[in-house]
Design a protein around this ligand. Structure first.
Ligand SMILES: *Cc1c(COP(=O)(O)O)cnc(C)c1O
Length: 352
């Protein structure tokens, strides 16, 4: 920290992104990216639009917002386009976070955005089996943030469980982070018609293969979206660039491709889950594009390190409650075969 860094952020501990190695080629299963290229037409649309990048992008992101809202049966006034859904989370915390509550095991960015915005927060422990019990979130009188499916567990709530939480907290905003919803969970979008305190974040980073383009959406009542716009226009009016907006529109136009890829990921998740269980791992059924697994006698850190030596990158978290686990992104069938083979090899070496 330089001597110029303000006291305001002196205790801020920033988010640690997963490794993005720039030299060695890994079987990269550590940051929940899609193993598939963006939908047909996406790259061409972004390239074409780059010819106009002398001009600022549309501050309202009209075209992509209309296309996205239409895909959900909503009006464009109910969505806000953002520079990755992380930006939606930050804007929502800024706009609605007086006090916060979220699970103790969840997306690592929640405590960081809370600290950045000086919002006091309570971490609510997941139950012993890493499940989230909806009743633990009833009547909290603080803004609630829940990833559904949760990360890094992959466990999803049913829509009626989400509804119970939203209904039991009408005095605060309940933010449902649906980064992984397309891999088999129930979206809360149909609940928007009944609850003005529900806000949803979705992203094009995972199921639509656009992590590097940075496109996400906040979805909620017109009034909530207006508040988020107040924050946006006080931060960065041109938050979504021209190439990304064009890519998003093209991706929405080819959404059968994205849906087919999500189905393939679900098949590969089944294959990986069964393979890991056969190797002695314990893991909950995942509804996301990753699995969260541990094997008695094999520390997560050891597995992470030895897989990395073998050219396979997975994610390990040092937080004490989950340090036994690794989180493994679901890739192509070939990638998952390599992962399982190398994992078996590590077990033989460590247990020898
Ligand atoms: C990946 C992820 C996000 C955000 O991703 P963006 O790339 O910023 O859209 C948000 N929440 C969770 C739980 C995630 O895993």
């Amino acid at each position: 920290m330089s001597r110029f860094f303000t006291d305001r952020y002196a205790s801020l501990v920033p988010y640690t992104p997963g490794e993005q190695p720039q030299n060695r080629q890994y079987v990269k299963l550590n940051t929940n990216e899609s193993p598939f290229p963006p939908a047909p037409g996406v790259v061409e649309a972004a390239a074409r639009e780059s010819a106009n990048c002398r001009l600022y992008s549309d501050p309202e992101s009209r075209a992509v917002s209309e296309a996205f809202a239409a895909s959900l049966g909503l009006d464009a006034s109910q969505v806000l386009a953002v520079n990755g859904s992380d930006e939606a989370l930050n804007f929502a915390f800024m706009a609605f976070g007086k006090k916060l509550a979220f699970p103790d095991i969840s997306y690592g960015f929640y405590p960081v955005f809370a600290a950045l915005n000086h919002i006091p927060y309570t971490e609510i422990p997941l139950r012993e089996d890493l499940r989230l019990a909806p009743e633990d979130y009833f009547g909290l009188h603080r803004m609630i943030v829940i990833a559904n499916p949760n990360a890094p567990t992959g466990i999803a709530l049913r829509r009626d469980e989400v509804e119970a939480i939203v209904a039991a907290n009408r005095d605060v905003v309940v933010l449902i982070d649906e980064a992984y919803v397309d891999f088999g969970a129930e979206s809360a979008v149909p609940l928007l018609a009944h609850y003005d305190n529900l806000l949803i974040a979705q992203t094009f980073s995972k199921s639509r293969s656009l992590a590097g383009a940075r496109l996400g959406f906040a979805i909620g009542s017109e009034a909530l979206i207006r508040d988020l716009n107040t924050i946006k226009y006080s931060t960065n009016p041109y938050n979504v660039n021209r190439m990304t907006a064009a890519a998003g529109i093209a991706s929405l136009a080819a959404d059968e491709y994205n849906r087919a890829n999500a189905l393939t990921i679900r098949e590969n998740r089944r294959f990986t889950t069964d393979g890991l269980r056969a190797l002695g791992f314990e893991l909950p059924e995942s509804s996301a594009n990753f699995v969260f697994a541990r094997r008695p006698g094999l520390p997560g850190e050891t597995l992470y390190r030895k897989l990395k030596e073998r050219g396979v990158l997975v994610r390990h978290f040092s937080k004490s409650r989950i340090e036994d686990y690794v989180r493994v992104t679901i890739g192509t069938r070939e990638q998952m075969e390599i992962f399982l083979r190398e994992t078996e090899d590590v077990i033989k070496e460590v247990m020898a």
